[in-house]
Design a protein around this ligand. Structure first.
Ligand code: HEC
Length: 161
């Protein structure tokens, strides 16, 4: 019985992580990379470019996320990310490298070869403060969740008065 349990528990764990699908090189629609990726944590590496300090309601902005690490990848996989915004619409402008899953923007399989990803955001019509929450991984390309660097950041913008 004990032996069966010993086999059962790890396979259950693998099954669960695969079916939740929250962190693989083809997507990671979860804002908690660090649960599984227990490498170095370096919050300063992630940046969001193109976000104005104040936004015009309803306007569309071109933004990009990057994770600026000098960690070398031993293969093709270089990184991944998840991004969520508290208001407005996230628009996919590069369907090859990014995708939306449950309102979270994340990398695709192709996008995992990058450390910078482009998208657009349509500002909300109501004048609210908006926060973008990002988690990103700079991967070492070993097809595992170890040895990668995890970064996280949040960025805010306010409506123009
Ligand atoms: C539930 C656990 C889990 C979570 C949460 C998770 N990952 Fe992963 N991740 C894994 C596992 C397991 C692998 C190795 C298998 C694979 O590459 O598909 C992996 C691999 C990766 C790789 C390829 C790494 C390499 O060196 O080859 C990237 C990139 C990645 N994850 C990004 C992310 C990002 C970004 C997040 C958060 C937004 C995240 N993961 C959250 C478990 C997770």
């Amino acid at each position: 019985m004990k032996k069966i349990l010993l086999w059962f528990m790890p396979s259950l764990f693998i099954l669960l992580t695969v079916s939740i699908g929250s962190g693989h090189n083809n997507s990671a629609p979860s804002l908690d990379c660090a649960i599984c990726h227990q490498g170095d944590f370096a919050p300063e590496l992630v940046s969001l470019e193109g976000l104005p300090e104040t936004y015009t309601p309803g306007k569309r902005y071109k933004l990009s996320i990057s994770v600026n690490s000098d960690l070398k990848s031993m293969g093709d996989i270089a990184g991944g990310f998840a991004l969520e915004s508290s208001a407005g619409d996230i628009l996919v402008t590069d369907g090859k490298n990014t995708q939306l899953i449950n309102s979270i923007l994340t990398h695709t399989q192709d996008g995992s070869e990058l450390r910078k990803w482009n998208f657009a955001w349509k500002a909300p019509l109501e004048k609210v403060d908006v926060t973008f929450t990002i988690m990103a991984v700079a991967a070492n390309g070993d097809f595992s969740s170890t040895g990668d660097i995890v970064s996280a950041g949040s960025f805010t913008t306010k409506a123009k008065k």
